[in-house]
Design a protein. Structure first.
Ligand SMILES: [Zn+2]
Length: 384
């Protein structure tokens, strides 16, 4: 069954108002339609001409682009769509895409959809990816093929180096996520020690730029693993405390906790007690009372036996979701998935899967995390 899909769409010319219909691509599969994929990069796909007045312009349809070899799915909504319409378009087209791919061929990357502003933005993104791939595919002066493939020659690029390059080339959070999902070995705790050693070797050989790059990669990774194994707090971050004090209802408190999950850590209770004492010592009675009220509310939240177990069940539902609909259902059923705590938990899950040797599962968890982050980012945009 072909993956690519196009249909006759009824259109209205924005110039003369005439109704007509035209063939519009809704799903382009890179392998099936290389010429259309090339036209997409030139921004020549879904451009229609009004048969009445000759006006030419974009058809204004949503589009999904699928490239199995590059493991990429890109989505562009129809221009001018409201947020809920965008979500519907993405869901429908994505379900159609996944449904046309044989069950055995489905891979976790399918859940990891890059969202472009519009078809032109998608073309721009594809050209950027092409450039980057060409750059990274530049041959590192390969030696002539050895007659026997084993043992591995010392000039062969170790996979870790490719992973480090990808990590260092990542200049946005999304790129970083992609690098980590392409190279889950980076999540291995041993990688940080290996990078330190490699940096020392490079420095000893006078390769200072490489050494610095390796150190940067290590710091990036250790910054991330610090996030997953938080140190004991010694003070409440001022922003979290500020927001905590201005949360006047349970619902508001819940939102503040979602933004600052560290408020649920047990040591916060003690830190709040210190704040209360400080407030009392400086005769700030009202502040002390307010702090005490928040302390009690947080303690109640922390004690809620459902919270942790709920998140676990939520993550299980998310990871088991095998299509967009199931994914959306999991999000509906477990709003906790849209918290930083859930991102954290998915990250830890991926690291554990990786440590247990299950790279596929690790990748899947990272892809799910990325998708959850996107949904959250979308919601935050809606709110502002
Ligand atoms: Zn017209």
């Amino acid at each position: 069954m072909p993956i690519s899909y196009r249909e006759q769409a009824p259109l209205t010319c924005p110039h003369c108002g005439a109704d007509f219909s035209a063939d519009i691509w809704l799903i382009i599969d890179a392998d099936e339609e290389p010429e259309v994929a090339a036209a997409l990069r030139r921004e020549e796909v879904n451009i229609v001409t009004c048969p009445h007045c000759g006006a030419r312009g974009p058809a204004g349809a949503p589009l999904i682009y699928h490239d199995a070899r590059a493991r990429r799915v890109l989505f562009a909504p129809a221009p001018g769509s409201a947020d809920h319409e965008i979500r519907e378009q993405a869901r429908d087209l994505h379900a159609l895409l996944v449904g046309s791919i044989d069950q055995e061929q489905r891979r976790p990357y399918l859940a990891d959809v890059d969202i472009a502003q519009d078809v032109s933005g998608m073309a721009h993104l594809l050209r950027r990816i092409d450039t980057r791939q060409r750059a990274s595919a530049a041959p590192p002066a390969a030696p002539p093929a050895a007659p026997s493939p084993a043992p591995p020659s010392p000039t062969e690029r170790p996979p870790l180096l490719a992973a480090v390059e990808a990590l260092l080339a990542a200049d946005t959070a999304a790129d970083l996520e992609q690098a980590l999902s392409d190279h889950p070995e980076l999540l291995d705790p041993a990688t940080i020690a290996t990078l330190t050693q490699l940096a020392e070797v490079a420095a000893a050989q006078g390769e200072h730029e490489i050494a610095q790059g390796l150190r940067n990669a290590r710091d990036l990774l250790s910054g991330m693993s610090n996030r997953s194994e938080p140190e004991r707090l010694t003070e409440i971050p001022p922003a979290a405390l500020q927001e905590l004090l201005s949360a006047h209802s349970d619902a508001e408190l819940e939102q503040v906790i979602a933004r600052h999950p560290l408020l649920l850590r047990p040591e916060i209770d003690e830190l709040l007690a210190i704040e209360i004492e400080t407030a009392l010592a400086s005769d700030a009675e009202q502040l002390a009372q307010l702090l005490e009220a928040r302390r009690i509310a947080l303690a109640a939240f922390r004690a809620a036996p459902a919270a942790g177990a709920d998140l676990e069940a939520a993550i299980e539902a998310l990871l088991l979701a095998d299509d967009e609909e199931a994914f959306a259902q999991a999000l509906d059923q477990y709003p906790a998935l849209l918290s930083e705590a859930a991102e954290q938990a998915l990250w830890e899950f991926a690291a554990e899967a990786r440590a247990g040797g299950d790279e596929e599962l690790a990748r899947h968890a990272i892809a799910c995390r990325e998708l959850v982050r996107r949904v959250r980012a979308g919601l935050e945009q809606d709110r502002s």
